[in-house]
Design a protein around this ligand. Sequence first.
Ligand code: SF4
Ligand code: SF4
Length: 149
Amino acid sequence: MAEPFYSYIIEGLPDTPANLEWLLAHFECKQCGRCCRMHTIGLRITHAEAERFAQRQGVSVQEYVVGLVEDRGTYILPQPCRYLVNDACSVHDIKPSVCRKYPFHQRKPVDSDTAWVVIAGCPGSGDILRLIQNGKQLGLEYRPFSKPE
Ligand code: SF4
Ligand code: SF4
């Protein structure tokens, strides 16, 4: 049975690349590989990323995307990810942005100005939530978010 989508919106963190760097700098990956088996927010790759994967495999991008679901200008890789080999990423040097940012995700602002979400299914997410909870001087808060986009 699929696990429910569940994450936290981080309040008070402006949507800038510097803030993603701040989040990633305070996040420690536990190397569990869970995000490669069940990414939760979808393994979406851009056209440019599909081109890089196609080039690596020695095929055209048109051949590469055959069978992939196309949605809003992105392609969705099936899960578990085809590039997970022996519990490790086999394309680390060209892995897509959605993987580089995990467990953080930029959500389109609908009911909030803050667009950063942390995926609760990631075992490392508790550390960043504790940091926010304990560091009130950061001016950050988080609240549960349980609806898919
Ligand atoms: S789920 Fe989180 S802790 Fe596990 S490998 Fe992915 S980013 Fe690292
Ligand atoms: S591309 Fe690499 S990091 Fe991203 S889901 Fe696949 S195996 Fe994991």
